[in-house]
Design a protein around this ligand. Structure first.
Ligand SMILES: [Zn+2]
Ligand SMILES: [Zn+2]
Length: 115
């Protein structure tokens, strides 16, 4: 009996400590403080760039090092500074193509790109 009560006391102390530590962190900086509503449309997969409507791994506007690759292939829209194959302004079909990839994976339409 005595052993059990000692252990539950210790466990309680750990819980209280953890709660204190967590709340201490939270008061420092909450994600909401940077004022980015993007979290609402983010699917949290890290796969999709909800801002640009393409998978992150091909998003030249988030990863500028990808841009040179597309430029070399001649897949580039000078006017809108993005690959022609990702330029939804010049090629509305491209948007549908990427959206279909998203839909196949998540069974729903992607959030509308914000840019
Ligand atoms: Zn992006
Ligand atoms: Zn374009």
């Amino acid at each position: 009996m005595r052993v059990i009560s000692v252990w539950s006391g210790a466990a309680m102390a750990v819980v209280v400590l953890a709660a204190l530590t967590l709340s201490g962190c939270d008061s420092g900086s909450t994600p909401a403080e940077n004022g980015q509503p993007a979290a609402e449309v983010d699917d949290h997969s890290g796969w999709w760039c909800s801002g640009h409507g393409v998978p992150e791994e091909v998003c030249t506007r988030c990863d500028s090092s990808l841009a040179a690759e597309y430029q070399q292939k001649g897949d580039w829209c000078e006017e809108h500074s993005r690959p022609e194959s990702q330029c939804f302004i010049c090629n509305p079909d491209a948007e549908a193509k990427f959206a279909a990839q998203y839909e196949a994976k998540f069974g729903k339409k992607p959030p509308k790109p914000t840019e």
